[in-house]
Design a protein around this ligand. Sequence first.
Ligand code: NAD
Length: 320
Amino acid sequence: MTKSRVAIIGAGRVGATFAYGLLLTGVANDIVFIDSNRAKAEGEVMDLEHAQAFTPATQISIGDYTNCADAGVVVITAGVARKPGDSRLDLLRKNYALLKEIIPPLVSSNRNGVLLIATNPVDVMTYAALQLSGLPARQVIGSGTVLDTARFRTLLSQHFGVDTHSVHAHIIGEHGDTEVPVWSLANIAGTKLETLCQNRGLPGHAAALEDVFVRTRDAGAALIQRKGATYYGIASSLVTIVAAILRDQNTVLPVSSLINDYYGISDVCLSLPTVLNHSGVKEVLRLQLAPDEVKKLQHSAEVLRASIGELEGRRAPVTT
Ligand code: NAD
């Protein structure tokens, strides 16, 4: 197996920006694009090739599902956007139909690589991918709240005036409306954020921190309203996840994966800090959450399970 081959299904804004991130960082030495719109994939490959004089050596090509055989990671970024008049359920069903097209030929070519889903609604699509692929649960992950956590840390870093890398804070649960900020464990240099606010004499810290969370949760919608899409943040998240897998790094990232027996939550995909290595999920870390955070996480799981229930043909057992 060529361990650093990455296959990208969907050469749209997210897929192409992700490929550009892979190219600049040298995380993969071989990138294969698959898109139902072949001309679009050809255009992206040509454009990326013109960057190759300035980047680490990377092969870039257009392929079909047989070319996924050697991929260490296959990333699904294909998706349809919500059209005027479409409900949330319409979108769910359209992207589920798309996965039903993509996954069978994909798994008949590669059952060894990790399958990484970015298509929204990402947690439900990750569960669907697990079900449709029949792959072991550790091999199927969603980008989950890696992006939301990055947004959260950035906004907190701006609020506290410290580097983003010095902020330790997580968003868990759904990538979406019910996501949960883990305030009880958030810290800068081991100091709880509330204590830091008090030490600095910052008034109204509870409201200010709540505002940071609301802007985190609503960032995707704010971006779509302004520029019609989001792709730099998600592409960077995907590069970081793929690096953790290809380089066998044991990096802890809040990806979405199948959760069982976690504060009473089972049989749903959602995000929790997860140790990632070459085989995918090595371990989902057990957090000591505050009681209100547990309730919110359980609510998030219930909402996601209701969405899974809306998919046709669901509930076939998944392999753990
Ligand atoms: P886009 O419209 O720019 O690209 C989608 C691509 O998928 C197109 O090139 C299209 O031709 C391709 N495609 C459609 N059906 C296909 C099929 N059956 N096989 C192969 N390719 C197919 O969309 P985008 O902005 O790149 O967004 C893609 C997905 O990523 C959406 O579902 C979006 O909601 C999601 N997204 C997720 C996150 C996240 O945090 N998880 C963030 C941003 C976007």
